[in-house]
Write a protein that binds this ligand. Structure first.
Ligand code: PLP
Length: 397
């Protein structure tokens, strides 16, 4: 019997011309998930240690470890001997403590009024870049509270960093405090991702000049300037401890001029999604929102259970590729909030329940974060940070 559907031109035989059988369930029941390869993170961390040649290494795990899981990554790197960890906010520092991280943790973006005693309670260091914050911290802390601070000066980033005079004034104001201890001086590099930019050397010189100030020299301090680009490309920026972030997660800070693989970094993330529906398509029958894709031949479309609600950008529609059945297959039509269509016409092995990689490799085919960054006109940082909270994180390696 032929069932006529509303609209009258699509029959069940049109739509179900293909048999829809389930592929093997696999080990995850989720619609989309990340596999974070902790052994690759360790490899990249060891590369940072090697390049830092003697400087301490404090991995940057802000924004939940660039989206990949701050507690899991910190716990693994703590076991590898990481000297401390850097987060952006007090809340992120507390999350690390609650997750069992016992190494030193520093809050790089400062604290808000009312958070002073949390720093002491959770044993968090902080960057300090305002004299008024130094005063507020000393007066808000109780007799037994102890907080270590790193004074952050501006050497050219013009973001969070005080002018040198204010840096000196902070050191003087904290001189006799038994509650607040100045542990070091920090600053941040603005242009280190461009190896031909002379600004980095100028920033290093300005930082050195500040360290030579008599008031600064009078302290025993542990100073820090370098991010990943500094670690990898500017040995003169290493000082006592370095703060690598993106390189640990398999991203090159020099993208697109130097790719991660060329820099000896290993990819960390595989992002998978499961096929929730196979849609057979006759030629010229349009697909999805806006009918933004129309196949020219009889086609099989796999709808993956992932979309922009998971951080898979809508701008990837009709542009990106995913890996399924060991091949790079095109994303077709518009990416929806929860679903994304892929043309699997030439891959009958792809069925309901099969998995595809939005990021990662399978057999000889791969899609890496650099490819998505190029398509989206952004940097690898944003690709991984944007992967949504709805995507389960699984840890391997
Ligand atoms: C102050 C500071 N230090 C270090 C880093 C780590 O930078 P990257 O991920 O480029 O290594 C960041 C990140 O933006 C930062 O804000």
């Amino acid at each position: 019997m032929q069932v006529i559907l509303p609209g009258n031109w699509r029959t069940l035989t049109d739509i179900r011309g293909d048999s829809v059988t389930e592929a093997d369930g696999g080990t995850h029941s989720s619609r989309t998930w990340l596999e974070v390869d902790l052994s690759a993170v360790v490899h990249n961390y060891r590369r940072a240690v090697e390049l830092a040649s003697g400087s301490a290494v404090w991995p940057v795990v802000k924004a939940d470890g660039y989206g990949l899981g701050a507690v899991e990554i910190s716990s693994r790197l703590a076991a590898e001997g990481a000297d401390g960890f850097c987060v952006a906010t007090v809340e992120e520092g507390i999350a690390l403590r609650q997750g069992g991280v016992t190494q030193p943790v520093v809050v790089m973006a400062g604290f808000f009024p009312g958070q002073e005693r949390l720093l002491a309670r959770w044993n968090l260091h902080t960057f300090l870049f305002r004299l008024s914050d130094a005063k507020r911290l000393t007066s808000a802390l109780a007799e037994d509270d102890r907080v270590g601070v790193f004074v952050k000066v501006d050497t050219g980033m013009a973001r969070l960093g005080c002018v040198f005079e204010e840096g000196v004034a902070i050191l003087e104001a904290l001189e006799n405090s038994n509650r607040v201890t100045v542990m070091g001086i920090t600053s941040h590099l603005a242009c280190a991702d461009a190896l031909d930019n002379p600004e980095t050397r100028r920033q290093v010189d300005r930082f050195r000049r500040f360290l030579q100030h008599p008031v600064v020299k009078g302290h025993r301090l542990r100073n820090s300037l370098a991010n990943s680009a500094g670690v990898m490309g500017w040995p003169e920026s290493h000082f006592d401890w370095v703060r690598p972030g993106i390189m640990l997660y398999g991203g090159s800070p020099f993208f697109p001029d130097l790719l991660a693989a060329e820099a000896g970094l290993k990819p960390v993330v595989t992002w998978r999604s499961r096929v929730v529906q196979i849609q057979p398509m006759p030629p010229l029958m349009p697909l999805g929102y806006g009918h933004a894709f129309t196949p020219k031949r009889p086609s099989r479309i796999a709808w993956l259970g992932v979309g922009y609600g998971d951080g898979y950008s809508r701008r990837l529609g009709n542009r990106a590729r995913v890996v399924a059945d060991g091949a790079r297959l095109p994303v077709v039509g518009r990416v929806c909030m929860d679903l994304t269509a892929v043309d699997v016409t030439d891959h009958p092995e792809v069925r309901v329940g099969s998995t595809a990689c939005l990021l990662g490799s399978e057999r000889m085919a791969s899609v890496d974060i650099e490819e998505l960054a190029l398509l989206l006109d952004t940097i690898p940082y944003e690709i991984i940070c944007d992967i949504g909270g709805r995507v389960e994180r699984h840890y391997v390696g």
